[in-house]
Ligand binder design. Structure first.
Ligand code: AHM
Ligand code: MG
Length: 334
């Protein structure tokens, strides 16, 4: 019997903290708080069907979408955890109309980070036992520490991200994150409630054989996307590629990182700006994909260079294996 075991996420965070010589440990404590909230949400997701947590909450979010009970639950867990631990100065969430400014018990706040998140992405999949995820993105505030946060602190381009990650609540729960030094994945052992390093230094192949897109919208797609799809399906060289689409962004992206592939949510005549949100979904996923060696764009330019103009802004999204994304961009430019 061997006594060797993988590093835990807690140990990993402490080790990485030592890499930043003059850091105050604030970012480490922040990631630790997200880890705690992830475990609470994971537990609740696994209760779906057992307790009254499945189905619609009966309200719509700011974007007019039906909120699910678990959307609301996950949103509350992440926000309350971050507020209780007094670890950020502001939060923006896909489920909230506006950003939240956070003050300590004495009214002050000396924290320098803001968190943007999609607390439970793909939540319409919960009722049918399909994987869902949480996506988070961390920035240093741009306004002076100690003052209330403003919109400017949240409307930063993706290149300014300090850290980003996702949690996939799948056949097992995994937390994958980057602080700009590679991408690392941790799997939750539910028996003891601990994340263990299972996927160190994740890399996405430059080429892949999977394309992920909602083909039901085909007739509404721009010509470049239609042509790229025909290219993916053509009997030539290493093609046709395989089509895989869960309809749960985190799960589709996670699979494509591990296996190589492209994920596309383009503009369409039905969704002229695309569907996915720049700040809560595309930027954090783009940071992870680029750190893993892939590419993320809006079909023309890097996603992380887009200057945000509003909190709930939508963008078209092309993301995954570098060569596949570049090929799709060639078709878009034609
Ligand atoms: P949500 O944030 O309301 O859950 O929507 C985002 C989800 C993504 O997870 C998924 O990739 C996409 O919407 C699926 O959309 P569609 O059903 O149009 O293919
Ligand atoms: Mg979402």
């Amino acid at each position: 019997m061997t006594t060797e075991r993988s590093q835990t996420l807690g140990e990993f965070i402490i080790e990485k903290q030592e890499d930043f010589k003059y850091s105050s440990g604030e970012l480490s404590r922040l990631i630790n708080s997200l880890r705690l909230a992830a475990k609470v949400v994971s537990h609740q997701v696994n209760q779906a069907g057992l307790v009254d947590i499945v189905g619609a909450f009966g309200k719509q979010n700011v974007q007019g979408e039906q909120q699910q009970k678990l959307d609301v639950f996950a949103n509350e867990v992440f926000i309350k955890t971050l507020i209780n631990r007094e670890i950020v100065c502001g939060i923006a969430s896909e489920e909230e109309d506006d950003f939240i400014s956070i003050h300590g018990r004495d009214g002050s706040n000396d924290n320098k980070y803001v968190v943007l998140m999609d607390p439970l992405d793909g939540s319409s999949n919960i009722d049918v036992n399909v994987s869902v995820g949480t996506i988070f993105s961390i920035y240093r505030r741009v306004t002076p520490v100690g003052t209330p946060v403003t919109k400017e602190d949240f409307l930063q381009k993706g290149d300014n991200q300090v850290a980003a990650g996702y949690i996939v609540y799948g056949s097992s729960t995994m937390l994958v994150y980057t602080t700009g030094n590679g991408v690392h994945g941790f799997t939750l052992n539910p028996a003891i409630g601990t994340f263990f390093l299972s996927h160190p230094n994740m890399k996405i192949n430059e080429d892949g054989h999977i394309y992920s897109i909602n083909e039901g919208n085909y007739v509404h797609f721009p010509q470049g996307v239609k042509d790229y799809l025909k290219y993916c399906q053509a009997e030539e060289g290493d093609r046709p590629y395989t089509s895989r689409y869960i309809g749960s962004l985190v799960s589709d992206i996670h699979r494509n990182i591990l296996k190589g592939g492209i994920y596309i949510y383009p503009t369409s005549t039905k969704a002229p700006k695309g569907k996915l949100r720049l700040l809560y979904e595309c930027n954090p996923i783009a940071f992870i994909i680029e750190q893993a060696g892939g590419r993320a764009s809006d079909g023309y330019n890097r996603i992380m260079e887009v200057e945000p103009t509003e909190l709930h802004q939508r963008v078209p999204f092309f993301c995954g294996s570098k060569n596949m994304v570049e090929k799709a961009e060639e078709f878009m430019k034609k």
